[in-house]
Design a protein around this ligand. Structure first.
Ligand code: ZN
Length: 390
C-alpha cells in the first residue's frame, strides 16, 4: 500500500496540512523543503519537520511503520490486541506492540468533540474483574463505566464511555454534563444519584423505579454494555488494567461510532488525521519509566498459577506486608480473569523497583508464612533462616 518513505511522507504531509504546508511559527505558507525533509519558512526562517508537534513527534520509526500499524488497527472490525499487533508487524517485543497500540488510542479521541444530543440513555456498568459468580467476590476488582447512548428509535446513535470511580450523584451528574449537551432528554433508571438531572438543565425521564431485574427499560445502553464486555473479553481477553481503561473505552467508542459500512472505510483516514493533529505524547505518559504498568495483557502467558490468595487471608494482619506486597498481588489477581505466576512476579518486581521501603521490607522478612509465600512465587526473601516460631 505505502511502498516508499517518500510516498508516506507525501501522504502524511497532505493529511497534516490539507490546504498546503504552513509555518508553525508565523502561519505563512511560503516554505521550501530542504533535502533533509525540513521545511524552512521564507518569511521568518523557522524550520519544521513533518512529525514535530504531532503524535509522531521524534519518532524512531519509519513513517511506513506508522501507516502500517494504523492500517492493522483499522483493518479488523474489532481491532487487535498487542499480541496480535506484535505478530502482524513482526515486532521483537510484546511491549513495543503494546506501546504502539496505546499511542494509537490517543489519536482515537477528538479534542473538544461534540456532546451527545437529542434523546440519550445513560447508565453505569461494571467491567473486568473476576468472572461473575466464579469466586463470589461480587464487584471486587471491577471497574465502573458510565455509558451514554443516543436513542434513534430502536437503533443506537453515537455513544460516549467514561471510566468513573463511583456512582455518587456528583460523579454521574458531572459525567452527563461532560458528555451530553444541555437541553437534551436524559433517560435513566431509578437510581437516586440521578435525581438532580433536571436541575442541571436536562429533561429527565426515569425509565424504571427499582433496580430489580425485569423488563429491560434501558435497552440501548445495555446493548452497548454487552458489546463492550464482549470486546474486552474477545479482542483483549479481559486483560485491561484499571489505569488504562479509559483509553480502551476511547478505542471502543471510536470504532462503535464509525461502525456503519459507509464510515468504516474512513476509520484509517480519521486515525491518521487525528494522529497528525494530536499533540506529542511522551513515552513516560504511556508507560512510566519505560516500563509497562500493565503487566496483564495477554502475551505473557505462562503456566497457570496454582497459588491463590484470598483477600481475607490471615496474612492481612501484617500491615506493611499487606500494603506493599500482598495488596498488589490481590489486585493483580482480582483485576484479571487469569492469575499467573509470571504476572504476579512482575508486579512484585516492579513494585520492588519503585518502592525502596518494600525492597528493604522484603529483605527483612523472616516469618515462615511470609517466606513460604515468597517461595511459592519463586522469589527469595532473605538468606536469614526463619525464626523458630511455628
Ligand atoms: Zn514562518
Amino acid at each position: 500500500m505505502f511502498q516508499s518513505e517518500e510516498a508516506c511522507f507525501s501522504y502524511l504531509a497532505a493529511m497534516r496540512w490539507p490546504t498546503g504546508v504552513e509555518c508553525s511559527n508565523c502561519r505563512r505558507s511560503e516554505l521550501w523543503l530542504s533535502r533533509r525533509r525540513l521545511w524552512e519558512c521564507k518569511n521568518c526562517g523557522h524550520q519544521q519537520s513533518l512529525t514535530e508537534g504531532t503524535l509522531l513527534h521524534r519518532t524512531r520509526y519509519p513513517l511506513k511503520t506508522w501507516l502500517e500499524v494504523a492500517w492493522h488497527v483499522c483493518e479488523q472490525k474489532n481491532g487487535l490486541s498487542a499480541l496480535g499487533l506484535q505478530r502482524a508487524m513482526g515486532f521483537g517485543s510484546y511491549h513495543t506492540a503494546w506501546e504502539w497500540l496505546h499511542r494509537m488510542r490517543r489519536a482515537m479521541v477528538l479534542p473538544g468533540r461534540n456532546r451527545l444530543t437529542g434523546e440519550v440513555e445513560v447508565d453505569e456498568t461494571f467491567v473486568g474483574g473476576v468472572k461473575p459468580g466464579k469466586r463470589g467476590r461480587g464487584a471486587y476488582g471491577k471497574s465502573l463505566v458510565f455509558i451514554a447512548a443516543e436513542i434513534h428509535g430502536v437503533t443506537i446513535g453515537r455513544i460516549r464511555l467514561k471510566a468513573i470511580p463511583d456512582v455518587t450523584a456528583e460523579t454521574l451528574l458531572n459525567s452527563i454534563d461532560e458528555l451530553v449537551e444541555r437541553g437534551s432528554d436524559i433517560v435513566t433508571d431509578g437510581l437516586s444519584s440521578y435525581v438532580g438531572v433536571s436541575a442541571r438543565g436536562y429533561n429527565h425521564t426515569v425509565s424504571r423505579h427499582t433496580p430489580q431485574v425485569g423488563k429491560n427499560l434501558l435497552p440501548h445502553v445495555h446493548r452497548v454494555a454487552a458489546l463492550l464486555k464482549r470486546w474486552l473479553q474477545g479482542t483483549h481477553q479481559g486483560a485491561v488494567g484499571r489505569d488504562m481503561l479509559q483509553y480502551y473505552l476511547d478505542e471502543f467508542v471510536f470504532r462503535f461510532n464509525r461502525r456503519s459500512s459507509s464510515s468504516r472505510g474512513l476509520l484509517f483516514y480519521r486515525l491518521i488525521q487525528q494522529a497528525v493533529a494530536h499533540q506529542p505524547v511522551p513515552i513516560t505518559q504511556i508507560s512510566p519509566k519505560g516500563q509497562s504498568t500493565e503487566v496483564i495483557e495477554p502475551g505473557l502467558r505462562t503456566k497457570k498459577s496454582t497459588y491463590t490468595l484470598m483477600p481475607n487471608s490471615r496474612m492481612n494482619n501484617n500491615e506493611p506486608l499487606h500494603r506493599f506486597v500482598l495488596a498488589p498481588i490481590i489486585r493483580a489477581q482480582t483485576e484479571n480473569i487469569r492469575t499467573e505466576d509470571l504476572r504476579i512476579k512482575t508486579v512484585i518486581l516492579s513494585m520492588k523497583r519503585i518502592n525502596p521501603f518494600a525492597q528493604s521490607y522484603l529483605r527483612k522478612i523472616t516469618a515462615r508464612q511470609d517466606i513460604e509465600l515468597l517461595e511459592s512465587l519463586g522469589l527469595k526473601a532473605d538468606e536469614t533462616k526463619p525464626t523458630n516460631r511455628q
